[in-house]
Design a protein around this ligand. Sequence first.
Ligand SMILES: [Zn+2]
Ligand SMILES: [Zn+2]
Length: 385
Amino acid sequence: MSTGPNPTVKLRGGRPWTPGDSGDGTSADVLVRDGLVAAVGPEATEATADIKLDCGDRVVSPGLVDLHTHRRQPGKEEAETIESGGRAAALGGFTAVLAMPNTTPTIDSAEVVREVLELGRSAPCAVHTSGAITVDRAGERLAPMAEMAALGVSLFTDDGSGVQDDALIRRALEYAGGLGVILAPHCGVTSLSQGTCMHEGLVSSRLGLSGQPAEAEELMVMRDIALSRLTGTPVHFLHLSTARSVDLVRQAKAAGQAITAEAAPHHFTLTDEVCVGYDPLFKVHPPLRTPADVAAVKAGLADGTIDAIATDHAPHTPDSKELPFDQAPPGMLGLEYALALALTRLVDGQSAAPDPDEPERGGIPGAAGPYGGTRPHAAAAGCNT
Ligand SMILES: [Zn+2]
Ligand SMILES: [Zn+2]
């Protein structure tokens, strides 16, 4: 037997899970030979292997890919580095992530793209990067998308804020169409969301916190569906969070438009009720919405309107997330919990609405668990900024 560069590996006792699998939780051994799955079940159990790993009750699956991860490097390495984020990704089962461009400096040129890709080479998972639509994500003039696309960047976004100028986003779509790349808008009308810190509704009124209406997101989803139709350029919507946003995308898809969309784990597991304790951990952007919105996001995932779960993993330093709710930066971790939340809240059919009376955080396994757990680098907020 050899333990050379490509040893035969037996994964014992895990729960194999593949796309399309019903996920019934049956355990089975898996044999990996020459980097490929060679056998699952009794044949794998009986085979010899160079390395044997006991998987306990863990899921054994193809590596997950996150379409939406915030790295803080370059610029805010005290919150997270590409390497530490890679470790969080690997811990959550992700083997590839797409970094958002809201770093310092912004990933809006070939030079910064090269730097991020270089830093990513030593990370424990594959690191790809998106590029900004506009220079410094300021929404004023287009970034040099062609020079970034030439380095392999295929998704462009000003994530953290929406491009407010209708004519500019139209031009960006026309440009993206010519380059064969995708635009991925963070939908939010700034004039409706500026200065707010949570969803506008009964809970924000009760808490005396400024809220942003669901329409801040929906108006831009509506606009970008229209401009995608006008230009014929595909659009990928980041983190849909409201019922009407999901419906708008459903209708656009039914009409044959080249639209895709994603949702973040916190938007199908948590409602704005969890903000009652004023814990900035639950401050995200777009904000946590109502139970009806959570149900709509789940329905969108179930019927394929929403194509992907993407984490919007957005680390901040602990001291920044200990600021008062209205001052803390928005964002939440996700890489380490996305799979577990998807399996328990979607596949196992548990209630989407968290129970605020549970001693644990809003029904989510507590201060030491999903969302609450990794304070060391959770301290912060995300698209999240
Ligand atoms: Zn965003
Ligand atoms: Zn984001």
